[in-house]
Design a protein around this ligand. Structure first.
Ligand SMILES: C[S@@+](CC[C@H](N)C(=O)[O-])C[C@H]1O[C@@H](n2cnc3c(N)ncnc32)[C@H](O)[C@@H]1O
Length: 260
């Protein structure tokens, strides 16, 4: 049996076993857009060109953040994330995609002491049957292990959910920063971005990881496509030079129209 047929059979059987489970419509799995058809449209700027104070931001980094897994963020991106958090000083951050908690810890260590992060990842018990943009099932790891036991842990609220089904009325229009870094395929990235838009304040920032990516991770083209579409509709987006981040911030409004 081919992998596509196997995935769709398994999805049907999961649906039977879990009433209320609705797979993403049209998710036939294992289908990734042709990466070469999707250009990187969003303009690039150095962090200090977006935020004047970025060059002198002093960032807290913990040695446990030294990269130890291919999904974990490399140090220069953690530094950028820390600097961005230091500049924005968000009181509430929502993160899609906790993984081991490296990005969560980097943000927590650089935000105000009374700030809070809500970080969401799949329930470990659901990982083996989770239907995602590339098929079925994900590997296991200790979600959030990097921030556990640090003095920042009390600022972090861990939630287990599928981000495309996640909803919390208390987060509506409440977040100063939403970081989107869960499933990178198009339908998921698009839905996560829609949810991010409902959580972010009108003055807030949305940050995406993997707007740019390496050929070995072509599924990330879903993020590129999503952010391109967002940028075409709302503007105020920038790639952050030297990283795979793209952000939306209303603070770019004056600058981009002045530059145009
Ligand atoms: C690239 S990793 C996140 C890395 C993390 N932000 C960091 O920098 O350390 C992506 C994470 O998203 C999670 N994920 C993928 N699809 C998800 C979904 N639909 N809902 C919730 N979490 C999801 C994965 O389990 C994984 O932990």
């Amino acid at each position: 049996m081919g992998i596509t047929r196997f995935a769709s059979k398994l999805k049907r059987s999961i649906k039977k076993r879990l009433p209320g489970y609705e797979p993403i419509p049209g998710n036939k799995a294992i289908k990734v857009e042709a990466a070469e058809d999707v250009p990187f449209l969003v303009p690039t700027a150095k962090l200090h060109e977006i935020f004047d104070s970025a060059d002198v931001a002093e960032v807290t980094m913990l040695p446990r953040l030294i990269r130890s897994h291919k999904w974990a963020m490399p140090e220069h991106e953690l530094l950028t994330l820390g600097a961005l958090t230091k500049i924005l000083q968000p009181k509430l951050v929502v993160e899609f995609g906790t993984f081991m908690g490296g990005s969560t810890l980097s943000m927590a260590a650089n935000m105000p002491a009374d700030g809070k992060i809500v970080t969401i990842d799949l329930d470990p018990a659901a990982r083996s049957t989770h239907v995602h943009g590339m098929g079925v099932g994900l590997s296991q790891f200790d979600v959030g292990c990097l921030f556990r036991g640090t003095r920042y842990a009390s600022m972090i609220e861990q939630r287990f959910a599928n981000t495309v089904e996640f909803h919390d009325r208390d987060l509506l229009d409440a977040a100063d920063l939403v970081f989107v870094d869960a499933d990178h395929t198009y339908e998921f990235a698009k839905r996560d971005t829609r949810t991010a838009m409902t959580f972010v304040k009108s003055t807030g920032t949305i940050l995406w990881h993997d707007y740019t990516w390496e050929p070995k991770n072509p599924e990330c083209v879903g993020v590129t496509k999503t952010v391109n579409e967002f940028w075409e509709q709302f503007g105020c987006c920038s790639q952050i030079a030297g990283t795979r981040f793209a952000l939306y911030t209303p603070q770019l409004a004056g600058r981009q129209s002045a530059a145009a």
